[in-house]
Write a protein that binds this ligand. Structure first.
Ligand SMILES: CC1=C(CCC(=O)O)c2cc3nc(cc4[nH]c(cc5[nH]c(cc1n2)c(C)c5CCC(=O)O)c(CCC(=O)O)c4C)C(CCC(=O)O)=C3C
Ligand SMILES: [Fe+2]
Length: 362
């Protein structure tokens, strides 16, 4: 499925916005950051306490902002090399620099129309629709403060882009070499509520676009590295235990593989674009520790963002909108995600999970 807002509309793009999740960069920023992430989402306080500890383990500093600042620098340089001298701005959903402040600055700098690269390869509420909501909210804030806001066109999903697949595959190959032997290949992605997966994608498509895109990305990478078998499992589940989320969890899956006689695993976080906290804690710490406990070899593959082809891919996605260059993709599950000023790709797509009712007495 090719998606262009319209080459005419986007030919006069004058900036790029890197839009991401955000993360704390000091111990006293962790709690307010977590409160921003989970506001109104029914995440139990015990879960927040546990996650706060994961962040404090790293001195309260998530790697995500630094990784994104590097991406901004690399993308600026790559755009310049490709003959498109566009300024690259950086804004987040949950922490400084907030998208609201960045879009205000873009408005004051005279930016009229920008392309938005959101740091998720997939569809679904958290991975796509919520970034459209961020765009709408940030434009609203900028308009309130300056009287104007740039048009913001979100770029598409890229889970099956050949450069994304190649970058993830190289991470897998390197991890296999480090570990040696014949490890089993296991892919992970952020778990989401099962109800959110059911509503992912346009309603008439039957839902599950998040897990279907993920399944396809994992299969494409496995084929690229010549793995005969692989698994896709989930990590970092949140939310109260009585609400079903995508399963199995990576740690339970390691036990299962152990019972089946598997002696070593390479774990590739194909659901994420960079080695941020959920990767360096939930995989490098929790899952790796569990593997050690059960005597299983473990190597974590680098995510796509650490490969130079990732930046080249972003340059290509920009070219699709500016020049109408063809959209490259290896898969068959629809890739969507394009929208202007927060407008959804498709009416009614990726409805958020229903939030648990507010506790009595509040
Ligand atoms: C699909 C998906 C992605 C991938 C797409 C994308 O990248 O956008 C993603 C990325 C990330 N998630 C992140 C962090 C967190 N996610 C949380 C909570 C949640 N994530 C969810 C989903 C996703 N999350 C959901 C359904 C919740 C429950 C609350 C809700 O319904 O919204 C919580 C709350 C505490 C907890 O873990 O329970 C935290 C701290 C970080 C930053 C890491 C860093 O700081 O380096 C990143 C990149
Ligand atoms: Fe998350």
């Amino acid at each position: 499925m090719l998606e262009h807002v319209s080459a005419v509309q986007t030919a006069d793009v004058d900036a790029v916005l890197l839009l991401s999740f955000g993360g704390p960069e000091a111990p006293d920023e962790v709690r307010p950051f977590l409160e921003n992430v989970t506001r109104g989402r029914g995440v139990p306080p015990e879960r927040l306490d546990a996650v706060e500890e994961h962040y404090q383990h790293f001195g309260g500093v998530s790697p995500i902002n630094e990784l994104n600042r590097r991406l901004v620098a690399d993308l600026s340089a790559a755009l310049q090399r490709s003959g498109r001298d566009l300024p690259v701005y950086f804004g987040n959903r949950n922490w400084h620099p907030f998208a609201e402040d960045t879009v205000e600055r873009m408005a004051r700098d005279g930016v009229r129309r920008a392309l938005v690269f959101a740091t998720s390869a997939y569809g679904g509420y958290s991975a796509c629709r919520q970034y459209h909501e961020d765009i709408a909210r940030a434009r609203g804030a900028a308009t309130e403060r300056t009287g104007t806001a740039p048009d913001l066109v979100k770029l598409r999903h890229f889970f099956d882009h050949p450069l994304f697949v190649a970058a993830v595959a190289d991470g897998v190959r390197a991890a296999r070499t480090r570990l040696g032997g014949d490890p089993r290949l296991v892919f992970t992605a952020h778990s989401i509520p099962s109800s959110a997966d059911r509503t992912a994608g346009p309603p008439e498509e039957g839902g599950h676009r998040y897990s279907r895109q993920m399944t396809e990305a994992a299969a494409l990478v496995a084929a690229e590295v010549g793995a005969a078998e692989h698994d896709l499992v989930w990590q970092s589940r949140s939310g109260p235990p009585q609400i079903p989320w995508l399963e199995p969890d990576i740690v339970d899956h390691l036990d299962d593989l152990h019972d089946r006689g598997v002696e070593g695993v390479v774990v590739s976080p194909v659901g994420f674009v960079s080695d941020h906290l959920e990767v360096v804690w939930d995989l490098d710490n929790e899952a790796a520790e569990h593997a050690e406990k059960i005597g299983m070899g473990f190597a974590r593959a680098a995510s796509a963002g650490s490969d130079p082809r990732f930046v080249e891919m972003v340059v290509e996605l920009i070219g699709e909108q500016v020049d109408g260059a063809p959209a490259r993709g290896l898969g068959t599950v629809p890739r969507a995600g394009v929208g202007c000023n927060g407008e959804l790709c498709h009416p009614g797509c990726c409805e958020p999970a229903r939030r648990p009712a507010t506790a009595p007495g509040r």
